[in-house]
Design a protein around this ligand. Sequence first.
Ligand SMILES: Nc1ncnc2c1ncn2[C@@H]1O[C@H](COP(=O)(O)OP(=O)(O)OP(=O)(O)O)[C@@H](O)[C@H]1O
Ligand SMILES: [Mg+2]
Length: 258
Amino acid sequence: MAKKIVIAIHKGGVGKTTTAKNLAAAFAKHGKRVLLVDLDQQANATRGMGVDPFEIKYTINSLFTDPELNVTEVIISSGIENLDILAGHPDLGKTETGMALQASDPLSSNPIEALKEILEPVEDLYDFIVIDTPPALGYMTHNALAVGDALIIPAAASAYSEQGVTAMWSAFESAQKVYNPKLLKAHILVTRVKRTNASTNVLDGLREEHSQAIMPQLIMESTAVDEAEQLGQTVVTYDETNPAAQGYIKVAEILING
Ligand SMILES: Nc1ncnc2c1ncn2[C@@H]1O[C@H](COP(=O)(O)OP(=O)(O)OP(=O)(O)O)[C@@H](O)[C@H]1O
Ligand SMILES: [Mg+2]
């Protein structure tokens, strides 16, 4: 049964999507069967894998809106061996608004259980399911937290990172208590690390606050990440010798062994 890894923090631009797609590519590189799930209406994980959400017949939004549709009809191949995608779509924003309305109707099913039902039929086909979430603690992120086995909180090594991590940590603890006791572990992954004093100060602050949860492996800032992104690739497949790619390959190893 697949281990479901959620990448989430409501702070924007800290490396959630970069972590989701590169971790997925790194698992695949280690020979694991992986499904990358894009829950963000920006669909950056989808586009960043070279897929245009408007050019494909179905996306995960189709599964949220049509209960008759089978998930296997929606999953597409990434072109990378072992790595499949459940693409995102801009209409996920509307779906999320619908979930909020559904939550206020006592006769409707619980809207945070929707993703669990979608993924159930394919859980045995994969070793890892990596879920990218939007920069908000809304229904999409709660759907991901409700189905996850582990959480990765990316924290960019830059100003105001700590506040974002602390708030996400509280969300993790309440998800564990209120609706998903299987969500056993949260890791803080420090990304976009530069060799500057400012970057080092943020890293020291995070280590002080969350020493148990910080992953030993850091992800370095590298222009190759953006270059790969613009080509619709992961940095892991674009240049595996790059320090950021090496970081993601090692994080995947840690998660495979842990
Ligand atoms: N290690 C890195 N080195 C260089 N650039 C990076 C690195 N990680 C992320 N970036 C760049 O930073 C930008 C934001 O990253 P990303 O899209 O992964 O963040 P996000 O948290 O998913 O954003 P959002 O909250 O909007 O979904 C992207 O342009 C990405 O290419
Ligand atoms: Mg993103």
